[in-house]
Design a protein around this ligand. Structure first.
Ligand code: HEM
Length: 447
């Protein structure tokens, strides 16, 4: 009996080994994606990918794979990563002959029993209903009407910093990534609306307010046909708070990191901002939109400090598609890899350096400039197409306001502390870049 059981278990184990081995061999040599280049360890099993994402190094690892193997690489048995700027529109935008590639049900369906949010409204028509509901509150016009709210929060954060710095004799080391976290507070009504016990009252109260905010533009429809149901508003407002605050704070901390480590660029930006505004109160969104060096610094920040550098996976429909000239078989996961594009030496001169000048008109016009041929359209930090970021204008407004008010009031420099030595692009990445503490030295400006 004992021997029989042992023989059975041995045979069973043998079959499992043969099965796994057959799958690995099939994935590596006979799968429809077998012709795509890439490391065999990634092509044969999803484990390598999962281990990399779990350790926080997927964005960095896939960038290295692109450097070694080219623009189309196989990073899992059923996934191709693409590092070609043309792929942005081929993957994420609607085309004349087909819709933008869909998100997969496997990765993006709502958790069982949870209400749908904008991120997991997978059907394109249903997703449009979410977009139509939230876009009015995030338009440039709506944001101009909400400027007072933004000004109040940013100014109170600066006032808090001023108090701390003056209590330390005019200079102090501060953690920029936790201070900039005040953006969560920019969306107070959304936070309140998320409290199930308050939501109806809160929403009604909000509508009575004369001061508009993002939520007051959303049309509630209990049937979920011409607007959003209340649970959908709650689920979507959570997304807006997380998607809107983590990303913006991450970029701000990244830009500040590069600025203090490049003092010549910081000096240029400081002069630009202080010359443009005679007083702190004069700093207004409309004028900030036209500050050329400030905007070049932000664009360079987007290139180097993408908060979601792992990318946005989509699934190819069963009949296959062409992406950037390459045929991709059906049921393949595809992902445009933002980091491999924005740090590519083929697309940008001196790709690892912080050089805001590459975004100025002068670089574009001067054929002798080393940055004349940079592929500016290749950086798509907000993505493109029907699912691109609806908060783009809000994010830009917040970053411009925060950075310029900080630099108008304080002189910034590298902090000589362990947390001041953070190299932003060496942080790990999970769904977004991990937000490690980052300290800078700030001194009250002498006027
Ligand atoms: C620098 C800051 C930001 C960056 C880099 C960024 C980036 C992105 C990207 C790449 C997507 C596409 C996600 C996908 O296709 O799955 C996205 C979607 C989204 N973002 Fe942002 N975002 C930023 C700020 C904001 C802000 C301030 C808001 C708040 C209003 C916001 C709200 C959203 C929402 C609601 C979506 C989902 C859109 C949809 O599925 O249709 N984001 N964002």
């Amino acid at each position: 009996m004992g021997q029989n059981l042992l023989a059975f278990l041995g045979g069973f184990m043998f079959l499992i080994v043969v099965y796994v081995f057959t799958i690995l061999i099939y994935n590596t040599y006979f799968h429809p994606l077998a012709g795509f280049p890439g490391p065999k360890l990634w092509a044969s099993t999803r484990f390598t990918y999962v281990f990399s994402i779990w350790s926080g190094y997927l964005a960095r690892d896939v960038r290295q794979i692109h450097e070694q193997y080219g623009d189309f690489v196989r990073i899992a048995p059923d996934e191709i990563s693409i590092a070609s700027p043309e792929a942005w529109h081929d993957v994420y935008s609607n085309q004349t002959s087909r819709e933008a590639l869909p998100k997969s049900k496997l990765w993006h369906s709502p958790a069982p029993g949870r209400p749908k949010s904008i991120l997991n409204a997978l059907d394109p028509k249903d997703h449009q209903r979410f977009r139509r509901s939230i876009e009015p509150g995030l338009s440039e016009k709506a944001l101009r009407e909400q400027e007072d709210i933004m000004q109040t929060y940013v100014s109170s954060m600066i006032a808090k910093l001023e108090k701390t710095v003056s209590s330390k004799g005019g200079a102090d080391v501060v953690d920029i990534s936790s201070n900039a976290g005040c953006f969560v507070a920019l969306l107070p009504w959304l936070e309140l609306a998320n409290e199930p016990s308050h939501s109806k009252e809160c929403y009604a109260l909000n509508l009575e307010m004369t001061r508009p905010d993002i939520l007051s533009y959303i049309k509630i429809d209990d049937k979920g046909v011409n607007g959003l149901t209340l649970p959908e508003v709650q689920a979507t407002s959570s997304i807006i708070i997380i998607a809107g605050s983590e990303t913006t704070v991450s970029i701000l901390s990244g830009i500040t990191n590069y600025l203090v480590r490049n003092p010549a660029k910081l000096d240029l930006l400081t002069t630009d901002i202080r010359k443009a505004f005679a007083s702190f109160e004069d700093i207004k969104l409309l004028k900030l939109r036209d500050l050329r060096y400030l905007n070049a610094v932000i664009q360079e920040g987007f290139r180097l400090c993408n908060p979601t550098p792992v990318g946005l996976p989509r699934i190819v429909p069963s009949n296959g598609v062409r992406i950037a000239g390459q045929y991709i078989p059906g049921n393949t996961f595809v992902n445009v890899h933002p980091l491999a594009i924005s740090l590519s030496g083929k697309l940008f001169a001196k790709p690892d350096e912080f050089i805001p000048e590459r975004w100025l008109d002068s670089a574009l016009k001067d054929e002798l400039s080393p940055f004349h041929d940079d592929h500016r359209g290749a950086v798509q930090v907000f993505s493109v197409g029907p699912r691109s970021c609806p908060g783009k204008h809000l994010a830009l407004a917040e970053i411009r306001l925060m950075l310029s008010k900080l630099i108008w009031k304080f002189d910034l420099a590298v902090a000589d502390t362990p947390r001041g030595k953070l190299h932003w692009n060496e942080q790990r990445v999970f769904s977004v870049v991990e937000r490690q503490p980052f300290e800078i030295l700030i001194k009250t400006r002498e006027i």
